[in-house]
Design a binder for this molecule. Sequence first.
Ligand code: PSU
Ligand code: MN
Length: 313
Amino acid sequence: MSQHTATAPLSGGPVLSEEVREALTRGKPVVALESTILAHGLPRPRNLAVGLELEALVRSEGAVPATVAVVDGVAYAGLDKAQLERIAGGDVRKLGHRDLAPALATGATGATTVSATAFLAARAGLRVFATGGLGGVHREWAQTQDESADLALLARTRITVVCAGVKSILDVPGTLQRLETLGVGVLGYGTDRFPGFYLADSGEPVDWTVHRPEEVAAVMAAQDALGGPESALLVANPVAEAEQLDPELHDRVLAEALAECRERGITGQAVTPFLLGFLVRATGGASLEANLAAVRGNVRLGARIAGAWAARA
Ligand code: PSU
Ligand code: MN
């Protein structure tokens, strides 16, 4: 039996790889992984290597990876190598959850953002999802009203998202406020500070701190016991200080990136990839290394949380 034979979903959710389906049937830990970070957040060809590395990292922690994407109009949780290559190969769309229906109907191929990944993963019955940094409220919000669809979707999706906070290109206090308004729970993992994506500390506090995967699983169980609303749980896991981007370099280059974005009139879905790409170039790749360190840490922790969650069942 090949681990990459896709299986039709039971109830209209994404098509599962054989490996994911079997893990779900047996109550084994599974971690959903996002594909926009690969297709639109990381430069080629490194992105394909990273995609494979993240899947291997999940396996090394005893869990099964389920990378989510849409290929030729079909949504998948768990990609084979050829599908991952398609997503990493470039020229694929960026799909938020609102884009899923048109993508399916037109046979499009696209990478899923946090909102689309969380939606599809939850439909597949997955409970843990690891990514880099969430989308959120952009700094020019008062003019553009640009707030990522990630936030509203997470307010009504029962999934645990391990992230290094929200991308520091955003209005971090504004995003935290929106998460509070939307009723999305936030746990600091081993910290009482909200992480700053490339930085270990965004400068903002978090209200709740946990130190072990079992504690996260206990919070997830308590969410279910409460019975609603069906909101997500964010586990905010900081990048190690030794691996973070130099905070001074970060602040300087970010100011340049935001100015350039404004000058060029870049808006909508293009804003986040532009800013991330600008930072990579302007830091000589240092932001990329910090980004990858954060993602690796989140994927590892996601696998451990999935393990603790599976152990409760
Ligand atoms: N974090 C990264 N790289 C990324 C993203 C997050 O390290 O590319 C993506 C995620 O998929 C997130 C999206 O959902 O950016 C947010 O984009 P927008 O602001 O257009 O909603
Ligand atoms: Mn946006």
